[in-house]
Design a protein around this ligand. Structure first.
Ligand code: NAP
Length: 891
C-alpha cells in the first residue's frame, strides 16, 4: 500500500469525534488480521490500529537481509479457512520476509480487512471507564476510540531494545537496527560494517551482510546454537502429508506440544547408543528442521541437563568441523546454556562465514565493549573503526509492546505498568485481573513464542472471539479474571518450570536480556495442546476464574483455579482417562497382576546404575526373590531394603524398577528390592513378616552384598511403605535389626476409609477408593485390620527410626500418611514430611514420566543420606526442577 493511501486511510477517522466500536485491536500482523476477520464475521464492529504503514506486524518491520521464518512455512500459515490454504502456495520451505509480507497482504485483500484498519496510528493511552464499562483510547492520528473490548495483538517481539551501550549518539557513521531496517534497503558495498548481536536476527543477516561489506566485524556476547536451514522448495514429504488430509494435519498441529504436527521422541537418551544418537542428530541436521531438532532426538532432551548435554556436544562438534580457526570455533560454541533453553536459530552459511578473510569475530566475553565512539567500537582491548553499525540486539519481549507502548489504566485507576512492576501477571496469558475486557493475544503466560505462533494466534483469537459471542448472547458486558484464578495460573506456570530447561538460560524468554527487567519464564511451557484443553475447560466449567457482569443480568463468578494438578500428572491422568480402562479390581487378582505387568512394559526403562543383580533370600518357610541395585561408585555402600507397591496383591521385586534405580543413583546406596509374598495366596500377616525377615537377612548379610555393615534403611511405596513402617515397629520390638531411617512414600497406615482424602480423591486419580477396598479385602480379614501390623498407625510409635513421609495431594491415602507422620512426631520420632502439591499416588514412581516429581525424589534421597549419616547429595535437582512445586513441611 502506498504512503498516500496510508495517509488517506488514517484521515478517514475524523479528528475530534470519538469512534465507537465494539472492539478495538492494536496490531495488524498475523493476530490483528485474523481478529478483524473473525470479529467482523461474528457481527462486532471493529477498528484495528497499527503504527506501521501497512499490514504485516513483525514482517512489516523486520526487513533485514536474510529475514525468514524458521518454522516451516507449511506450518507457519493460517489454517482457519481451507479455501485460503488452497489459494496460496509457498515457494520455499522457509519463506523470506517479502514473501510472508505478500501473504499477509493477500489475506488482507482476500477478506477486505484494510477498511477497518487505521495505519500510521499509535494508541497513546487506554483507560477503562467504570461507568460505561468501556475502554477509551486516545490515538496519535485521528479520532479517539471508545470500545467495549480492547485486544492487544501487538506481537511478542515488537518493542526493540535500546542498545544500552555508551556513546551511540557520538557515532558519526550509519546506524541500523535489524528490527527497523529501512524499506529502501541499505548499500553496504565497500563499507566496514559492525554487527552487534548473534541471536536469530544477527545469525540470519550476518552471512548476507558479509557478502556486501568490505569487512564485517561481528560482536558476540553469547554464542548461540544454529542449525543449517537447508532451504529450498517445501519438502515433498510434508507437503504430501498436508495434501493428503489437510484438516487432520492442522488438527494434529493444534493438539501437539509445539503447534507443529511432529510426534515427539519416545526413547530416552540412556536407551540409545552413541551411534544411534549421532545418527538421529545427523538426520535432523541434514533435514534443517528446528522444531525437529528441538523435539525429535530423545524424549529427555528438553528437560534433563545430562540428556541435553549429549546434544550440545554434537552441536559443538559440528561447529568445529565447519569453522577452520580453532579459536574462532571455540568462541562460536555455546557452553553456558542448554540447547533450546535460549531460542536456537536456523541459518544459511552462518558458521562458514567466519572462514572468510573479510569477517572477524570479537568475543565480548573476553573483551567487553566499553563505548561506541565517533569512529567505531572500543572494547577493553582495542578500538575498531567502522562505517556502519547494525544493532541486532533484540527486543523487550512479551511485555514490552503491551506495557511500554502506552499507559493502560484499568479498574480503580490502576496502571498495568504498576501491576506488572514485578513481572507480568495474567490468567491464561490472555487476561489480567483488574483490567476488564482487556485481552492479550499471545501474551505472557501463553505458549506464544514457545510455539508455532500461527497456531497459537488462531487459538487465542478463536477463544477470545467465542467468549465475546457467548457474553453477548448472555447479556454480559464485562468479563474480568479473578485474583484467585490469576494466582492459580502463576502457580501452574511455576509448576511447569521443570518440564523444560528455559529457566537455565539468560534469555529474552525470562526477561534477562533487558537490564532491570523482572526475571521469570514468561511464555507458558506446558505445551500448545495442553494449553488449548485448559482454555476449553475454563469455558466448559462456566468461565472458571472470571467475573461476568452486565446490565439487567445477575453477576456470575465461578471462582477457582483451573489447574491444580501438576502439569505432567494432568497429562498422565488425561491419557489414562482416554484409555477408558475397566477398574483394575474387575480383572481378579491374577488378571490384575497380568494387567500391571503389561502396563509396566510401556513405561520408560529405568536409568542405568552400576550393577543390577537378582538373588533369593531365606525366610522361615521358603525363599524370597530380590533384586539388588548397586551404584556405580566405589563401595561399600549404605543399604536400603525396599518394598514395592501393589496393595499387597500385585507387583514384585521388579515392578518399581525405575524408582529403585533412581533412588540408587540419587542416594549412592544399594537398594535391595524384596519380592515379598502376596494375597490372596498369602494373606495378612505374610507380607509384613516377609518384610521383617528380609530386612533382618539383608542387615546380617550387608557386607556380603557389598554393603556397609551397620544399620540398614527401609523404604517403600504404598502397600510397600506399609510394610516398611511395620518392619520398623517389629525391628524395635523384636531386638533388631537396627534401622537408621524409614522412607515412606504414600504409605497405607490405617484401615479407616472415612478420612477426607478418601472422599475427595475417591475416583479420578488412578488409585481409587474401591480399589483400596478390594486390596484390603483380599489382604486382610476385617477382624485383623486393627492389628498394628496391618494398620501401623494403631501401634506404639515411640522409639521408631527417623522417618521421611511423602504424601500426595490427590491420593486417597494422603490423610492417613499425614496422620502417621504427625503421630510419630507426637511420639518423639524425628519426622520430616513432603506433602506434594498437585501430585497423585503414582507421581514419584513414574520416573521420567512425571518429571515434576524429580525434585521430591531428590529430597527423599537426601533424607536417606541424612539418616545414614552421609553428606547431602549434589543439588542437581535444584537445577532440574522447581522447589516451589512442593509445600515441604519439615518438622
Ligand atoms: P535476541 O535473540 O535477543 O538476540 C540479541 C543479541 O544481541 C544476543 O546475541 C544478545 O546477546 C546481543 N545483545 C543484546 N544487547 C547487547 C549488548 N548491549 N551488547 C552486546 N550484545 C548484546 O534478538 P533477535 O536476534 O532479534 O531475535 C529475537 C527473537 O525474534 C528470536 O529469538 C526469535 O524468536 C525471533 N526471530 C525469529 C526469526 C525467524 O527466523 N523467524 C528471525 C529473527 C528473530 P546475549 O545473548 O548475551 O544477550
Amino acid at each position: 500500500m502506498s504512503e498516500a493511501m496510508v495517509a488517506d486511510r488514517a484521515s478517514e477517522a475524523t479528528h475530534g469525534v470519538t469512534q465507537h466500536v465494539d472492539v478495538a485491536v492494536v496490531g495488524a500482523g498475523f493476530a490483528g488480521l485474523y481478529l478483524v476477520h473473525r470479529l467482523r464475521k461474528a457481527g462486532f464492529t471493529v477498528v484495528a490500529m497499527d503504527e506501521a504503514g501497512d499490514v504485516g506486524g513483525t514482517w512489516y518491520w523486520n526487513r533485514y537481509p536474510g529475514a525468514r521464518c524458521d518454522i516451516q512455512t507449511i506450518d507457519y500459515s493460517y489454517s482457519f479457512d481451507p479455501e485460503l490454504e488452497q489459494a496460496w502456495t509457498w515457494s520455499e520451505k522457509y519463506a523470506t520476509q517479502p514473501e510472508i509480507l505478500r501473504y499477509l497482504g493477500f489475506v488482507a485483500d482476500r477478506y477486505d480487512l484494510r477498511r477497518d484498519i487505521r495505519f500510521g496510528t499509535k494508541v497513546l493511552a487506554a483507560t477503562w471507564i467504570d461507568a460505561t464499562e468501556r475502554w477509551l483510547l486516545t490515538t496519535s492520528n485521528g479520532a479517539d476510540v471508545s470500545c467495549r473490548h480492547y485486544i492487544m495483538a501487538t506481537g511478542c517481539l515488537s518493542a526493540p531494545k535500546p542498545p544500552e551501550i555508551d556513546g551511540v549518539k557520538d557515532f558519526k557513521g550509519e546506524i541500523y537496527f535489524t528490527s527497523r531496517w529501512p524499506h529502501q534497503g541499505v548499500d553496504l558495498k565497500g563499507k566496514r560494517v559492525a554487527v552487534i548481536g548473534t541471536g536469530s536476527s544477527g545469525i540470519q543477516s550476518i552471512p548476507l551482510l558479509a557478502e556486501q561489506a568490505a569487512h564485517l566485524t561481528v560482536f558476540q556476547r553469547t554464542p548461540n546454537f544454529a542449525l543449517p536451514a537447508h532451504n529450498g522448495p517445501p519438502p515433498s514429504d510434508r507437503a504430501a502429508l498436508l495434501a493428503q488430509d489437510r484438516a487432520a494435519f492442522r488438527e494434529q498441529g493444534r493438539w501437539s506440544m509445539t503447534g507443529v504436527p511432529l510426534p515427539p521422541a519416545t526413547e530416552f537418551s540412556f536407551q540409545l547408543s552413541d551411534t544411534e544418537r549421532r545418527e538421529r542428530f545427523e538426520k535432523l541436521w541434514a533435514a534443517g528442521d528446528l522444531v525437529g531438532m528441538l523435539t525429535q532426538l530423545w524424549a529427555d532432551q528438553g528437560n534433563d541437563v545430562d540428556a541435553n548435554a549429549l546434544l550440545a556436544d554434537l552441536f559443538r562438534e559440528k561447529i568445529r568441523s565447519i569453522v577452520t580457526d580453532p579459536d574462532t570455533a571455540d568462541a562460536l560454541s555455546p557452553t553456558d546454556h542448554p540447547f533450546g533453553s535460549k531460542r536456537p536459530c536456523l541459518d544459511t552459511d552462518y558458521y562458514a562465514t567466519f572462514n572468510r578473510p573479510d569477517v572477524t569475530l570479537v568475543n565480548l566475553r573476553k573483551e567487553p565493549i566499553t563505548a561506541i565512539t565517533a569512529s567505531g567500537i572500543t572494547t577493553d582491548k582495542r578500538s575498531i573503526d567502522v562505517d556502519v553499525i547494525v544493532f541486532a540486539t533484540g527486543f523487550d519481549a512479551m511485555t514490552g509492546a503491551i506495557k511500554a507502548i502506552h499507559p493502560i489504566t484499568g479498574r480503580a485507576g490502576r496502571s498495568l505498568t504498576d501491576v506488572w512492576a514485578d513481572g507480568p501477571h495474567t490468567y491464561l496469558g490472555v487476561t489480567v485481573a483488574g483490567f476488564p475486557n482487556l485481552f492479550l493475544i499471545t501474551g505472557p503466560g501463553s505458549p506464544s513464542v514457545l510455539s508455532n505462533m500461527s497456531v497459537s494466534i488462531e487459538q487465542h483469537v478463536d477463544w477470545v472471539v467465542d467468549r465475546l459471542i457467548a457474553l453477548r448472547e448472555a447479556g454480559f458486558t464485562s468479563m474480568e479474571a479473578t485474583e484467585t484464578a490469576q494466582a492459580g495460573w502463576a502457580r501452574h506456570m511455576a509448576d511447569c518450570a521443570p518440564l523444560t530447561l528455559h529457566r537455565l538460560a539468560n534469555t529474552w524468554y525470562t526477561g534477562a536480556n533487558v537490564p532491570g527487567k523482572p526475571q521469570g519464564v514468561m511464555p507458558y511451557n506446558g505445551g500448545v495442546g495442553p494449553y488449548r484443553s485448559i482454555c476449553n475447560e475454563v469455558a466448559s466449567q462456566g468461565m472458571l476464574g472470571f467475573r461476568l457482569t452486565g446490565p439487567g443480568v445477575a453477576e456470575q463468578c465461578n471462582d477457582g483455579e483451573i489447574v491444580r494438578l501438576q502439569p505432567d500428572v494432568r497429562l498422565v491422568l488425561g491419557m489414562l482417562a482416554q484409555m477408558n480402562l475397566p477398574p483394575i479390581e474387575s480383572f481378579g487378582a491374577q488378571g490384575a497382576r497380568d494387567f500391571v505387568a503389561e502396563f509396566n512394559k510401556s513405561r520408560p526403562a529405568g536409568r542405568p546404575v552400576g550393577e543390577v543383580k537378582d538373588g533369593t533370600l531365606p525366610v522361615a518357610d521358603g525363599q524370597l526373590p530380590y533384586r539388588l541395585y548397586r551404584p556405580a561408585t566405589p563401595g561399600p555402600h549404605a543399604v536400603v531394603v525396599y518394598f514395592h507397591g501393589g496393595g499387597w496383591v500385585l507387583g514384585d521385586e521388579l515392578s518399581d524398577d525405575p524408582f529403585c534405580r533412581d533412588l540408587c543413583r540419587r542416594t549412592g546406596m544399594i537398594l535391595v528390592s524384596v519380592g515379598y509374598r502376596h494375597a490372596p495366596e498369602h494373606r495378612f500377616p505374610t507380607a509384613v513378616e516377609d518384610g521383617f525377615a528380609a530386612t533382618r537377612w539383608v542387615a546380617e548379610h550387608a557386607a556380603e552384598l557389598g554393603g556397609r555393615p551397620g544399620p540398614v534403611l527401609v523404604a517403600g511405596w504404598s502397600a510397600g511403605a506399609n510394610i516398611a513402617a511395620v518392619t520398623c515397629q517389629l525391628a524395635r520390638d523384636r531386638g533388631g535389626p537396627e534401622i537408621a531411617g524409614q522412607l515412606l512414600v504414600c504409605p497405607v497406615t490405617d484401615c479407616r476409609f472415612d478420612r477426607a482424602s478418601y472422599i475427595d480423591n475417591a475416583t479420578g486419580y488412578f488409585l481409587t477408593r474401591s480399589l483400596m477396598f478390594w486390596f484390603w479385602d483380599i489382604y486382610c480379614a476385617p477382624a485383623d485390620r486393627t492389628d498394628p501390623r496391618a494398620s501401623p498407625l494403631r501401634g506404639q510409635l515411640a522409639g521408631l527410626p527417623p522417618a521421611y513421609v511423602v504424601t500426595c495431594e490427590f491420593d486417597p491415602l494422603r490423610d492417613e500418611g499425614i496422620a502417621y507422620a504427625e503421630a510419630m512426631q507426637a511420639a518423639g520420632v524425628p519426622v520430616e514430611q513432603l506433602q506434594a502439591r498437585g501430585h497423585f499416588h503414582s507421581s514419584f514412581t513414574m520416573v521420567d514420566v512425571v518429571v515434576t516429581s524429580a525434585d521430591g525424589r531428590g529430597q527423599m534421597a537426601n533424607a536417606l543420606r541424612r539418616f545414614a549419616g552421609l553428606p547431602q547429595a549434589a543439588e542437581q535437582d535444584n537445577k532440574q526442577s522447581d522447589r516451589t512445586n512442593f509445600n515441604a513441611a519439615a518438622s
